[in-house]
Write a protein that binds this ligand. Structure first.
Ligand SMILES: Nc1ncnc2c1ncn2[C@@H]1O[C@H](COP(=O)(O)OP(=O)(O)OP(=O)(O)O)[C@@H](O)[C@H]1O
Ligand SMILES: [Mg+2]
Length: 299
């Protein structure tokens, strides 16, 4: 029985697995400057999936999650047909069986550092998602406290940063407060754990949904695609630190003088290899585990 594709994102595919469940398959595709590159990054899909499971384990007492299993033996029969001749091996380690949730129409972003669109807003108006911040903060500076800075989930175009009161208007006070508390606590725990391994989690985006009437952590959790990871020893307020995972790609693309409009230039093999190694290192440093011990064959 083949599984029905219900959604194809930039990086992942989502299939209906029956019984109110979904199969999420993370590919090796990578985007840089909002454009998907033609060359896959070997191991990226396994890293994204392994990292999500690592964090969900660590955060199990902060909130329930949508995870059923990432064990290939527990996947629905149709999973083996997704990868053609390679069978289950093609998706093992990249696929995750989850419970279908009623997703909140919010991106639950938590920022511990002032960077990206947050830095842009602060520079212009001294606020972060409408909340005033102390004067004189520098780019990439650590915030006094991590802040819940939600945005809308735009189906087209860019998500819009909103205030907490806007989030209350969207989902109601009780759910907005719960979403904030879960997100901030999950960020705090993860940031502390990563910091002890020399990695800063500058910010991250959670997606929460209701399962059996309770808010649960859904989607991917604290991966390089949903978070900014920085090597702690290269962090210096005043400039944006390199990204732990994507820096070789970004540096190379900048050097080519590409205008950041599709089609992107083809990545040389050594840039692909360096980036793949960075993803694997990010997982192994953060989790203290070896990717070789994760499901699926090395790619
Ligand atoms: N347990 C769940 N139940 C229902 N929907 C979920 C669940 N977990 C995640 N989702 C949704 O599945 C979709 C996953 O899509 P994905 O992240 O691959 O692509 P996207 O968000 O459309 O685009 P992008 O590539 O920019 O992330 C998201 O809309 C997410 O909110
Ligand atoms: Mg997404």
């Amino acid at each position: 029985m083949s599984l029905e594709l219900v959604h194809a994102g930039k990086v992942r595919e989502l299939y209906d697995a029956g019984n109110e469940m979904l199969l999420m398959v993370a590919s090796d595709r990578i985007s840089a400057f909002d454009v998907i590159l033609a060359e896959p990054i070997p191991e990226k899909g396994r890293v994204l999936t392994a990292m999500t499971i690592h964090w969900l384990d660590l955060l199990a007492d902060v909130a329930p999650s949508h995870l059923v299993s990432a064990d290939p033996a527990a996947l629905p029969a149709g999973a083996a047909d997704l990868g053609g001749a390679a069978g289950l091996d093609a998706v093992a380690g990249r696929a995750m069986l989850v419970r279908k949730a009623e997703m909140l129409p919010l991106e639950c972003i938590v920022r511990g550092y002032l960077v990206g669109s947050g830095w842009a807003e602060y520079r212009q108006s001294g606020t972060l998602h409408g909340t005033p911040l102390p004067a004189g903060l520098q780019q990439a500076e650590r915030l006094p406290e991590p802040l819940f800075t939600p945005s809308t989930k735009a189906t087209e175009g860019h998500d819009v940063n909103i205030s907490f009161d806007d989030a209350v208007d969207l989902v109601g006070k009780e759910i907005a407060e719960q979403a904030r508390d879960i997100s901030v606590e999950a960020y705090r725990r993860a940031a502390a754990a990563a910091e002890s391994h020399g990695i800063i989690v500058a910010d991250t985006k959670f997606e929460l949904g209701l399962i059996d009437g309770r808010l649960a952590l859904c989607d991917e959790v604290l991966t390089p695609d949903s978070s900014r990871f920085w090597p702690a020893d290269e962090w210096k307020p005043g400039s944006s630190p390199p990204s732990f995972d994507k820096q070789p790609v970004r540096d190379w693309l900048e050097e080519t003088g590409w205008d950041k409009k599709p089609p992107p230039p083809a990545l040389p093999a050594e840039v692909v290899a360096a980036t793949s190694a960075r993803y694997v290192t990010a997982y192994e440093r953060i989790s203290g585990k070896s990717l070789a011990d994760w499901y699926g064959p090395a790619r």
